[in-house]
Ligand binder design. Structure first.
Ligand SMILES: Nc1ncnc2c1ncn2[C@@H]1O[C@H](COP(=O)(O)OP(=O)(O)OP(=O)(O)O)[C@@H](O)[C@H]1O
Length: 236
């Protein structure tokens, strides 16, 4: 099976700082993978490399077997990688519905409306369809951002700290929503500092330290790994 994402020996330096140092990472179609590691491990840089906001110094990044290294963010998004941000950035003065008209979908208007209706229903945003986005709670803004990304029907969604700024009660619903969408076939790579969210949400967890992949497995497996305990999870 061709991996949805394949990162092969990727390196990224900022002057003398090596942020990503020979990273290897594979994500299979439909997987739900967590990406964890201490501050400065290279997680955000990895997301920026995957989405084309940064270009690696060396190595290769492939999407569904096609080399996308150095492609523009716009082309990578059109090819099937969506991304949400730690700090959500909806168009605050537009309604929830209008925000979902913004993504440049390749389908016609009937299918566009059908996707909007389905996503508003699946992500519990129907009631706030006509509300301005800046009136939403932190968790609802995260759901709107996820809906906006899903409008393009990506093969892989990168989530940057989905739990940050979200009421823990709503987080359980968001975990259910992500898992349900994942079961429909969309792969996810999730950066998250909250280990309870990672352990509940992800079937596989990859640990970065100093720009390298030091472990991969279920949360229970990586929690028992001596190298991981020393680098990151010693206190949990
Ligand atoms: N634009 C940049 N210019 C210079 N150094 C950078 C830049 N972006 C990241 N770095 C450095 O690269 C390293 C990795 O940073 P990165 O933000 O990817 O880590 P992270 O794992 O996402 O950390 P955190 O969990 O704190 O968000 C750090 O040493 C950081 O200071």
């Amino acid at each position: 099976m061709t991996s949805v994402l394949s990162i092969d020996d990727v390196k990224k330096q900022f002057g003398g700082i090596v942020a990503v140092d020979g990273l290897d990472l594979e994500i299979e179609p439909g997987e739900l993978v967590g990406l964890i590691g201490p501050n400065g491990a290279g997680k955000t840089t990895t997301l920026n490399l995957i989405t084309g906001f940064l270009t690696p110094n060396s190595g290769k990044i492939s999407l569904n077997g096609t080399d996308i290294t150095g492609n523009s963010p716009d082309s990578i998004s059109r090819r099937g990688i969506g991304r949400t941000f730690q700090i959500t950035k909806p168009f605050g003065r537009l309604t929830v519905y209008e925000n979902l008209l913004v993504p440049n979908v390749s389908c016609g208007p009937t299918e566009q409306e059908a996707r909007i209706d389905r996503l508003l229903r699946e992500l519990h945003l129907e009631e706030v369809r006509e509300n301005r986005a800046d009136e939403l709670s932190g968790g609802q803004k995260k759901l709107l951002e996820l809906a906006r990304v899903l409008m393009l029907e990506p093969d892989l969604v990168l989530l940057d700290e989905p739990a940050a700024g979200v009421n823990p009660a709503l987080m359980d619903d968001i975990i259910d929503d992500i898992q349900r969408i994942n079961k429909q076939g969309t792969a996810f790579l999730v950066i998250e500092h909250d280990m309870s969210v990672i352990s509940e949400l992800c079937e596989r967890v990859v640990v970065l330290n100093a720009g390298r992949n030091i472990a991969s497995g279920t949360f229970e497996e990586i929690r028992g790994d001596q190298q991981v305990r020393e680098a990151y999870l010693g206190g949990t």
